[in-house]
Design a protein around this ligand. Structure first.
Ligand SMILES: Cc1cc2nc3c(=O)[nH]c(=O)nc-3n(C[C@H](O)[C@H](O)[C@H](O)COP(=O)(O)OP(=O)(O)OC[C@H]3O[C@@H](n4cnc5c(N)ncnc54)[C@H](O)[C@@H]3O)c2cc1C
Length: 466
């Protein structure tokens, strides 16, 4: 360790206490990467676990004085390498800042620290009759700070929107160590630039979020569930198009392709839809309750039947609904038994879902890989998931190629290279392609204005000009 690094570690220990500064390489290694196997990761100098905003400010000032990069981190559940360490950095892990500071039921909002786990917030507000909708599938371990920094989505986006739709205000520690307060506690508010949304989705490149005020809703009714299976992807695509065009708004609408159906059937030793002949499965829910939910699901049932569904089944039984949804949630565990999974995250116009699935099948055949497509049909956010043998250099190279081919396909279909996982350390070139030179230049100017010495998460999302 250099004298500068040792001096920094001493200053960090003085700021947050020795127990909150980890430097043992065996220990810091477990904070060095997220869940994306493709992304590069370096060796951090230290991992620091602050307890409050003042400690975050002290850490940022100490690092800034020595130009030591900082990588903010929540739970490390990300799928883009955005929280991956770079050599010599300080990983600033917010996991210990996990207090729910306030639940204001009368104004339907909550104030939370960034390390609160998504599920804990959902459960805490539920006790007060309230609902925090953003629900990434990793909700039982990802943090609100990570959700904000990636603008996370989830299964119920189709009806409720994504994280940014529920953020009222933020506390952010800037590269100078100053504390910026953005936003409001009111329903409306248009004073100044919308700085809150500038930080939402900024992937830890502009500042460290230390507190958030989030909007809540009343708890919806218990969901009724519908499952429809189709003999062709095109038929499922037609059903989705009708549901969207006719303005039906299920609270969840998920699609599984043939490969995911087979993987889950083998994994759960069960039959989904019409069994191994099914080309696609659509799972929908309505949380409107009672007669309204029955009407909504009956309209969806009609759309599926008209599109040529081979089987449609609806239930108001909660346990049965949970079982049907369990099949969707089992896709990744099922694929895990077949090899290493690498999930892509393209979002395409909802009329292009069929093409996305069919072309992914062609990519899989061409590159001799398994690619299972599962996704949020309601918003077009698809997760073609590549399964490969990570111990084979040849298969790994083909998996990388498939990953890129799917991004290319997403752009060709008029979509985006990421619907929810972010750019991180794997899609920088793709961001540049998607937003173009002017968009990239504006990104760089914003970064330079807020973080002139490139302190926060350097190299992630895009490279700054030197
Ligand atoms: C099985 C599985 C399912 C998933 N399903 C979904 C899904 O349905 N929808 C979805 O959107 N994502 C999903 N994800 C991805 C991931 O869970 C989300 O991106 C999540 O928001 C990351 O939260 P985290 O706390 O783990 O953050 P991390 O992975 O630790 O960090 C993510 C990014 O946020 C930054 N960051 C973290 N905390 C702060 C902070 N306080 N201030 C500033 N920057 C910060 C980091 O620097 C990094 O750039 C899934 C992941 C897995 C493994």
């Amino acid at each position: 360790m250099t004298a500068t690094a040792a001096g920094l570690v001493d200053e960090l220990r003085a700021a947050v206490g020795a127990g909150a500064v980890l430097t043992d390489a065996d220990v810091t290694a477990s904070y060095a990467r997220d869940m994306m196997p493709l992304a590069p990761a370096g060796h951090p100098l230290a991992v620091v676990l602050p307890r409050d905003t003042a400690q975050v400010q002290a850490i940022v000032r100490a690092c800034a004085a020595r130009r030591t990069p900082i990588v903010p981190r929540g739970a490390g559940s990300g799928l883009s390498g955005a929280a991956n360490a770079i050599d010599g950095c300080v990983v600033l892990c917010l996991a210990r800042m996990n207090k729910i500071i306030e639940v204001d039921a009368d104004n339907r909002l909550a104030v939370v620290e960034p390390g609160v786990v998504n599920l804990e917030l959902r459960e805490a507000v539920e006790k007060r009759g309230l609902f925090y909708p953003p629900d990434p599938s990793s909700y039982d371990w990802c943090t609100i700070g990570g959700n904000l920094a990636t603008n996370a989505g989830g299964l119920c986006c189709v009806k409720y929107g994504v994280t940014t739709d529920f953020v009222l205000g933020l506390d952010v520690v800037l590269a100078s160590g100053e504390l910026l307060r953005t936003g409001r506690r009111t329903v409306k508010g248009v004073a100044g630039y919308d700085l809150t949304r500038l930080f939402v989705g900024s992937e830890g490149t502009l500042g460290v979020i230390t507190r958030a005020t989030v909007a809540l809703r009343p708890i919806p009714q218990a969901p009724a569930t519908l499952v429809a299976s189709f003999g062709s992807t095109a038929a499922a695509g037609r059903a989705v198009a009708t549901i969207v065009r006719e303005g039906m708004v299920p609270s969840l609408m998920e699609i599984m392709d043939r490969t995911s159906i087979r993987a889950v059937q083998d994994f759960q030793r069960t039959t989904l839809g019409k069994g191994s002949d099914s080309a696609a499965l659509l799972l929908c829910q309505s949380d409107s309750g009672g007669e309204v939910a029955r009407r909504e699901l009956s309209a969806i049932e009609q759309a599926c039947t008209d599109a040529g569904a081979e089987l449609v089944y609806a239930t108001e039984d909660l346990a049965e609904g949970r079982l049907l949804l369990a099949a969707r949630r089992a896709v990744l565990p099922a694929l895990e038994t077949l090899g290493t999974w690498l999930t892509d995250d393209v979002c395409v116009p909802r009329t292009k879902i069929t093409e996305l699935i069919e072309e992914s099948e062609r990519i899989a055949a061409r590159l001799r890989l398994t690619i299972a497509v599962v996704g949020h049909a309601g918003d077009g956010n698809m997760h073609p998931t590549i399964v490969y043998d990570a111990s084979s250099a040849d298969q790994t190279a083909r998996a990388h190629r498939a990953f890129g081919d799917i991004l290319e396909l997403g752009l060709r279909l008029g979509g985006t290279v990421t619907g929810e996982h972010g750019i991180g350390k794997i899609k920088q070139d793709w961001l540049a392609r998607e937003i173009g030179p002017v968009g990239l230049d504006v990104h760089r100017r914003i970064k330079a204005a807020l973080d002139p010495h490139n302190l926060f998460n350097p190299g992630s999302m895009f490279a700054v000009r030197t």
